[in-house]
Write a protein that binds this ligand. Structure first.
Ligand code: BES
Ligand code: MN
Ligand code: ZN
Length: 498
């Protein structure tokens, strides 16, 4: 992990050294505590002189006047002060972190003209600072920013001054664990495939044991015994072997059925014999984004000691090409007993998930299963990069996911399922084929998965457009976004704890 800024909470007070940040509501309104940091009114003058709009996440800076002992005075706009959402607080932390990247003592006065900022919101701002400060620089040998390393060696120290620092600290303890989960997922997605294959990924899952997660790693031998012919068919073209990590966090009541999260973990997707074009193939190091989100989620839940029984399962393979690789036309038998004609070896994620979902359902009989997968390019065509595709057999679970998406701004958009689509994957030679026709590629992929979940409430999130390479924003400057961790942490928090 790259150096992270330090963050502490304190009572409202004017910083005596370093720099001060104050919140600015509509029409340049600031609190009395903020005014105390700006006795000469220099910052307030700057609002009108620079035409500062006060809109959310806008920023204005002046050099602090002689005699204050400070370096810089910064105003950050919050727009309509009573309409700042929880995600907006993350954004505010993000823009402050971006402005003060290195070597300053930054005192943030979290107060508004019409009332105090809650401890929860203070904690959300702190989490935004951490989310924004993440960079992936472990392979840069030049440790200096002037040499092109984006991570300052000496990041700023932030002190968040707020009305109730004790409440903020308490709320931040949980959010800090969630950010750890997001940053772990980002690390896994950003890591290149020569360093992170199925075996190395499984070791990352195993490392969650130190947080109290039970972790079993199934090897090929065990998966062969279980009859996971769909997953193993994908893996057979790679010398690197296949693994399945089964993680359990038992934070809930002893007899309560678990909830389950299942991830596609293709550590690199060449397409296999149905090989992908060279341009952009490097992005397929991120084809384990679903598995990364599941591992990141388990880390978040264990880190904040969530009161829920949660299973996380990831199917780990490399989809590679060699003389033993699966061929188009091959027929494999899945753990469920259903046979699959593999007409395109590049539609491999669904083969991995078929066995992972079936295994999860059989062994744990969960309350529900949510799977995440960078499953289809077609979902990017359909939805772009700001919503993940949601497919589900259950309206309640769908609604909960959509709502959690709006709260966290990891948004999902529901797509259809139905018999008309399902029949498109019937096969002449086996029970099903692994591709549909030209149209509705994300839907036929989802129909395929549904054949392995029986009646269990289930949702599939197609995160091909959101897990990696999506537009950078105030809280993420990372290629691997960590999409799904905050969303699913929120789902668990709001509906499945206590
Ligand atoms: N991993 C890809 C999907 C993908 C594409 C993820 C772009 C992220 C960015 C998946 O395994 C795949 O190759 N899907 C094929 C399916 C097709 C062969 C039916 C696709 O989307 O083209
Ligand atoms: Mn593929
Ligand atoms: Zn893939």
């Amino acid at each position: 992990m790259t150096p992270q800024p330090s963050i502490t909470f304190a009572k409202i007070a004017s910083p005596k050294k370093g720099s001060a940040v104050v919140l600015v509501a509509e029409k340049g309104a600031i609190s009395d505590a903020a005014k105390a940091c700006d006795p000469s009114g220099t910052l307030e003058r700057a609002f009108s002189i620079t035409g500062f709009s006060s809109k959310l996440a806008s920023l204005v800076e002046v050099i602090a006047p002689e005699g204050t002992g400070l370096n810089r005075l910064v105003g950050v706009g919050v727009g309509k002060a009573d309409a700042v959402s929880e995600y907006d607080w993350h954004r505010l932390g993000g823009v402050i972190a971006a402005h003060f990247r290195k070597a300053d003592d930054v005192g943030i006065i979290l107060d508004l003209p019409d009332g105090a900022v809650s401890g929860e919101d203070a904690a959300r701002l702190a989490a935004g600072i951490r989310l924004r400060s993440y960079t992936f620089d472990k392979y840069k040998t030049k440790k200096d920013e002037s040499d092109g390393n984006p991570t300052p060696r000496n990041p700023s120290k932030f002190t968040i001054h707020c009305a109730n620092p004790a409440a903020a600290r308490k709320a931040f303890a949980d959010l800090d664990a969630v950010v750890d989960g997001v940053n772990l997922a980002r690390d896994l997605v950003n890591e290149p495939a020569n360093k992170l294959g199925p075996v190395e990924f499984a070791a990352e899952a195993k490392a969650l044991e130190k947080l109290g997660v039970k972790v079993e790693i199934l090897t090929e031998k065990e998966m062969t015994k279980l009859g996971m012919g769909a997953l193993l068919g994908v893996a057979q073209g790679s010398p690197r072997g296949a693994r399945m990590a089964v993680m359990q966090w038992d934070g809930g009541k002893a007899k309560q059925k678990p909830i389950a999260f299942v991830g596609k973990g293709v550590t690199f997707d060449t397409g296999g014999n149905s090989i992908k074009p060279a341009a952009g193939m490097e992005d397929m190091k991120g084809d384990m984004g679903g598995a990364a989100a599941v591992v990141g989620l388990m880390r978040a839940l264990a880190g904040r000691k969530a009161k829920a029984n949660v299973v996380g399962i990831v199917g780990l393979v490399e989809n590679s090409v060699d003389g033993n690789a699966q061929r188009p036309g091959d027929i494999v038998t899945s753990m469920s007993g259903q046979t699959i004609e593999v007409l395109n070896t590049d539609a491999e994620g669904r083969l991995v998930l078929a066995d992972a979902l079936w295994y999860c359902n059989q062994r744990f009989e969960p309350q529900f299963m949510v799977n995440l997968a960078t499953l289809t390019g077609a979902i990017i065509v359909a939805l772009g990069q700001s919503h993940a595709g949601l497919f589900s057999n259950n309206d309640e679970l769908s609604t909960r996911l959509v709502e959690a998406g709006l709260s966290t701004q990891e948004k999902v958009w529901r797509m259809p399922l139905g018999a008309e689509y399902d029949k498109l994957i019937d096969s002449k030679n086996a029970d099903m084929k692994n591709i549909g026709g030209r149209y509705g590629g994300s839907i036929t992929a989802a129909q395929f998965l549904q054949r392995f979940v029986k009646e269990t409430p289930w949702a599939h999130l197609d995160i091909a457009g959101t897990a990696m390479g999506s537009p950078l924003n105030d809280v993420s400057q990372s290629w691997g976004s960590g999409f799904g961790v905050r969303l699913l942490d929120r789902l668990v928090h709001d509906h499945y704890e206590g």
